[in-house]
Design a protein around this ligand. Structure first.
Ligand SMILES: Nc1ncnc2c1ncn2[C@@H]1O[C@H](COP(=O)(O)OP(=O)(O)OP(=O)(O)O)[C@@H](O)[C@H]1O
Ligand SMILES: [Mg+2]
Length: 393
């Protein structure tokens, strides 16, 4: 599938990341954008090549792609892979581990000696790589919020902070850590909590694809369709800036040959609208299968976002109110810390929620909130704790 390259954005970000005088760049850079908006494609196809072109060593780890693996392992493995590419670095490790005759004695320095609590720490390994190659290292952690869902992932982030502090001082050549995430609430935890590895790192909105991309889409449609970027922009906004949905429009034009030029825009739009509707209906159908308490917990969390405090008495009352008033159901199960915890666990297992190692919950993706909004399920009752909390303050 061809992609639209964002060269200017890659250049702008590369300058920001590599610039030695920009103090914030030294503490890393966080890019937030919604799901399926092209983050990984941009990082791999545009940003990594641009950073390499400017002489940096680039290490890329996508914590979402390898979902069955511990995020900490994904980060460590990406670093090991890069180290293994540099023979001179491997030789230096071997020597420092007392394996002078690494190739002759049949004893090799294997990369599993690098990692957390291992013979060679991540900071030491990255410093050696940077010194040996005399180049800056840029480590890109895609979907970084997953790192704080496990202890190992969290520890890997702390180790990276130590590495960053070490490499950005003294004789080394610098380490920049670029992180992306699809949920600002989650990413904010990495940046705003003072015990977190990236406290105070600048957070930037990763800009969605724009009008130049829509022009590119128009050119890929049959010429007789005469699509106009301006007319597609509302549709693109409605599709949450997801390129895949524009592709659905193009596919509809390609697969149907009975449209006349005047109808082309409508055929394109209809395909996208119908995809948007079915996505929301599917999500609402899944939500409809939840138990009354699970459903109430999900809606209250979605409505209250970062202000959600699951076990406050007031919140427990709100769950009851939602079940009784919004749903017209009797509350026939106890609502207490234990049952709410069970509901949260079930929602996490079903893929609705995300939980950090600290026990903070957030929606797994923003699309769930959108579906709840469209289904008019984020009622006044679901907001209730926030309002009372404000009054009490
Ligand atoms: N610049 C682009 N031009 C054309 N298609 C694109 C572009 N960027 C992304 N896409 C398409 O959009 C889809 C989602 O892209 P990608 O996986 O990069 O997004 P993402 O934001 O990383 O998603 P996720 O939230 O799942 O990690 C892919 O099918 C990809 O091919
Ligand atoms: Mg991605």
């Amino acid at each position: 599938m061809p992609i639209f390259h964002r060269t200017a954005l890659a250049q702008e970000l590369a300058t920001h990341i590599l610039d030695d005088d920009l103090a914030p760049a030294r503490s890393g850079l966080f890019l937030g954008a919604r799901r399926r908006t092209g983050k990984s494609t941009f990082l791999q196809q545009d940003l990594c090549p641009e950073l390499k072109r400017r002489g940096a060593i680039v290490i890329y780890a996508d914590l979402w792609e390898e979902r069955d693996q511990d995020p900490g392992d994904v980060i460590i493995e990406a670093i090991r892979e890069e180290l293994a590419r540099h023979d001179s670095v491997v030789m230096r490790f071997a020597r420092s581990a007392g394996m002078e005759r690494v190739n002759m004695g049949g004893v090799a320095f294997t990369m599993d000696r690098v990692g957390l609590g291992k013979q060679v720490s991540l900071a030491k390994a990255l410093a050696m790589l940077s010194d040996e190659c005399q180049r800056m290292i840029v480590l890109i952690v895609d979907e970084a919020q997953h790192a704080i869902t496990t202890d190992k992932g969290s520890n890997a982030l702390y180790a990276l902070k130590a590495a960053r502090d070490k490499l950005n001082m003294g004789p080394h050549h610098g380490l920049r850590i670029v992180a992306t995430g699809s949920n600002r609430d989650k990413l904010a935890m990495l940046v705003e909590w003072k015990d977190q590895a990236f406290f105070c790192a600048p957070m930037k909105e990763f800009p969605p694809l724009g009008v130049d991309y829509l022009n590119w889409i128009c050119k890929r449609a049959p010429a007789s369709a005469a699509l106009k970027a301006g007319a597609l922009s509302t549709l693109f906004e409605r599709s949450g800036y997801r390129p895949e949905w524009m592709q659905i429009g193009l596919n509809a034009l390609a697969s149907r040959d009975n449209w006349i030029p005047e109808e082309a825009a409508a055929v394109f739009a209809e395909a996208i609208e119908s995809r948007a509707d079915s996505r929301i209906q599917n999500l609402l159908a899944l939500i409809g299968l939840l138990s009354p308490l699970q459903s109430a917990v999900l809606r209250v969390l979605a409505a209250q976002g970062r202000r959600f405090v699951p076990f406050w008495n007031r919140t427990l009352e709100t769950f009851r109110l939602v079940i009784e008033q919004d749903d017209g159901n009797d509350v026939d199960e106890p609502i207490n810390v234990e049952t709410v915890q069970q509901a949260l666990d079930a929602l996490k297992d079903k893929g609705f929620l995300w939980r950090s190692v600290h026990g903070v919950y957030a929606l797994e993706e923003l699309g769930i909130r959108e579906a709840l909004e469209e289904g008019r399920l984020l009622t006044e009752s679901t907001q209730r704790v926030t309002l009372m909390g404000r009054q009490a303050a």
